[in-house]
Design a protein around this ligand. Sequence first.
Ligand SMILES: [Zn+2]
Length: 435
Amino acid sequence: MGRTRYLADTVLTCDEAETVHAPGAIDVEDGRICWVGAAAEAPEAEGAVVCDVGGLVMPGLVNAHCHTPMTLVRGAGDGLPLWRWLTEAMWPREGRMTPDDVWWGMTLGSAEMLRAGVTTSCEMYLHEEPVVEAVRASGARLVMTPGVVSALHPEASVEGRAQDLEDFHARYHDPAGRITVGVAPHSAYDLGIGRVVELAELARRLDMLLHIHIAETTQESTELEVAHGASVVRVLADHGVFEGSVLAAHCVWVDDDDIRLLAGHDVAVAHCPLSNMKLGSGVAPLARMLEAGVTVALGTDGPASNDTLDLWEEVKIAPLLARATGLDATLVGPSEVLAMATRLGGRAVGLGDVGCLAPGWAADFQRIDLDHHAFVPVTDPSELLAHVAWSGTDRRVSDVWVAGEQVVHDGVVLRVDEEQARAEVQQRAERLAAG
Ligand SMILES: [Zn+2]
């Protein structure tokens, strides 16, 4: 693949300096960015293909916590309290899912994310092989963290599951490509500390991401906390679970000591405000976590508790919630939340070269159509940044590239038959609901 130069009216790099080039240029070669800057300063690039895409180009978003095949159960059990929602609506259907169901659920969700400019997702789910195969087919980037849950992987089978995970890692982990592999113990309250510790050791031995739910609801860890006389975050830290690369989903019910521990161990947090709101779980202390230096990324969580995979909604809601609950309009600004959705998201899911438009980084980017009322007026470049954060939404995303390959063109996902994916999920969901 030779060099391609993309010219845009505005290039939002999402680098640490929040650099904006207007008009800007991005040179891409072999799936990576080799040059970014003002269009007028672009170097001679003989033989390069030049694409003038106009609009605004920025990094693809990173959905740091999801269970995307749950497109198959989207809408089921709405309004039930958490335990009844899980035991009456989710688990019976999920128990009936075949690998083919999961492939189609993931395919539809992957297409939905790509259309929203979400180029990477970090997935916690069972049936890891069809999830990987579906994303290979759609062209997105994936961090696959196969789930371990007590109901399906009881104590007796722990060694077998650990061996499966190791084999899966050997087969699919490909940091130079688009698929990387981690491991996802569901939670300490579900598996118990001992099994989480074992899986954390496995993750460290294979140098892979440990992805776990922590402190999503107020009651879930009570029993464990009473038994250990400490918060679940403290218990996990004391047992060495945070020694490797760790991504903690939710962290709604954490106090200042917990936040200090998360920051001190460089545990990244996937903040999922819409899921937490829909399931009545609470509001995570986003501003305090950011202030303490925790790496916070954004996640949609599963589409059954959101109900979309459009991470632009989290981009808008996360700062609004932080400001409304903190009674402070200075909290979580547009550039800060865009960094959470891009560069910090990449870091949180173990991809240090994803989420920023800079030389050497992955060529994952999206084009946003600025030809819309919500982007007028712009009297200062910072206003454009604010418009993107507050009014981005998937409907403004027109084109998307992953590793330099165009995967969405003019709102159409190129590698997925979206109509067929919708029909397959519809028909399979009817079967899963019927039991
Ligand atoms: Zn989750």
